[in-house]
Design a protein around this ligand. Sequence first.
Ligand code: NAP
Length: 257
Amino acid sequence: MLVLGGTTEGRELSAALAGRDDLLVTTSLAGRVTSPPGSESPATPSDASTRDPMRRRVGGFGGVDGLEAWLRAHEVGAVVDATHPFAATMTRHAAAACAAAGVPLLRVERPAWQPVDGDDWHDVESVAAAAQSADRLGERLLVTTGRQEAAAFAPVRAWCLLRSIEAPTPPLPARHEILLDRGPFTRAGEAELIARHGIDVLVTKNSGGAATAPKLEAARDAGIPVVMVARAALPPGLTCVADTPAALAWLEAQASG
Ligand code: NAP
């Protein structure tokens, strides 16, 4: 079995399946961060699944054809795509490669956050649109959309606090500060951050999940707007569950069927 990871759900699945002697489970990471949580050594591109007790491989497969070839070469019986809700390319590639190789595929995707009373959300379709919207709304932005897309904020005139797990690379906004941090975060901690930096707009992807949700509560408490980047639509016909227990139940059914 192959788990496409890089998320809490991917880590939970790997942990739950580790040590099973009836299943060979490999977890795949893209290799975007040098020290993913749960790793004892830096993630370097490799296909070291046979040497790693967690059977982890790191790095891209080489598109749809590369993934299809990998599935065939490793005689994969089922794939769980537990990548992040915004890893849309990997999700598309997994759907196409599994269809081509005739391998059952499950998508595990945590539900999107929903606004509640007191929220002032501004929904946008892309990080570039979020940068434009936030620049119109405020003067001091807390940008949590991630290192890979920080360049979308290069043209903004507002001051930006760029929070990410690893440092973003230029181009970056003219006026900015970088804050390296990885969740989970707390409501009190997020409130303190917003107050300390005089933040007047929060920018986020609609990632869902509990670990990074406290920023939304803190924004509501502070009465500041949230620019929310919407998810792309899933490929049609995908079997989808919302959490790790449901994904484990599906894997059990695949293993016993
Ligand atoms: P992406 O844009 O959907 O994928 C780009 C390419 O990266 C894919 O075509 C694939 O390369 C490779 N790739 C992505 N996920 C992979 C995986 N789990 N194993 C092996 N190769 C993978 O992905 P992304 O948004 O850059 O995300 C990369 C990783 O970071 C994912 O594992 C995702 O779960 C995690 N992550 C992403 C975000 C986010 O906001 N995007 C947030 C948190 C975590 P090939 O075509 O060569 O196979």
